[in-house]
Design a protein around this ligand. Sequence first.
Ligand SMILES: Cc1cc2nc3c(=O)[nH]c(=O)nc-3n(C[C@H](O)[C@H](O)[C@H](O)COP(=O)(O)O)c2cc1C
Length: 195
Amino acid sequence: MSIISPVRTADTSTPIIEVLAERWSPRAFDPIQPIDETKLTAALEAARWSPSAANSQPWRFIVARRGSAEFTSIKAALVGFNSAWAGSAGALVVAIAEMTDADGTARTWAQYDLGQAIAHFSVQAHADDLHVHQMGGFDADALRASFDLAENLVPLSVTAVGNVGSPDQLPEGTREREMAPRERRALEELLVVNS
Ligand SMILES: Cc1cc2nc3c(=O)[nH]c(=O)nc-3n(C[C@H](O)[C@H](O)[C@H](O)COP(=O)(O)O)c2cc1C
């Protein structure tokens, strides 16, 4: 099936590398095509090679392909708006921060490091023609219960990953959001100091 997907390349103030400009977060995923295992592994490998405080590597992942019982559990933990579209993704990935070292010492940067790992995951996935959509709208306690997570493992996001689908499969409203231009604050607004 060939998909007519919107091109949503960022309108950048200066050129940036293509994969970053072209990355965007769809809600329409191809509900038929299984995720390419080589590409999924490459995205996880990219996450694995992220930098982290003292090389503590506090990222942990639950990876569930569509059709598995684990995928169903993760989808059930999403808030209604997200579960309405994310079930079409080829896989759902729960990103988990391990908040303490083996000796119980708090890892101050664990959440920062996990976000960076997911950024690496996203960029590798997009470079391989997969699409990624991160979600904060989910019930962390439901995931904790489903996967029997230890106290120091904090689920911070769920990422839908797969092949982009047609916006036509989305309900009205969500479809319009899928096609709308991507926007960002002006670069100048972000620079607290730029001397
Ligand atoms: C931590 C985080 C949480 C997010 N939560 C949701 C969510 O619950 N539902 C959703 O549809 N999108 C969610 N998003 C996607 C953002 O809305 C999206 O990245 C942003 O609007 C920019 O769009 P772009 O990724 O296409 O550039 C989240 C993104 C991040 C990084």
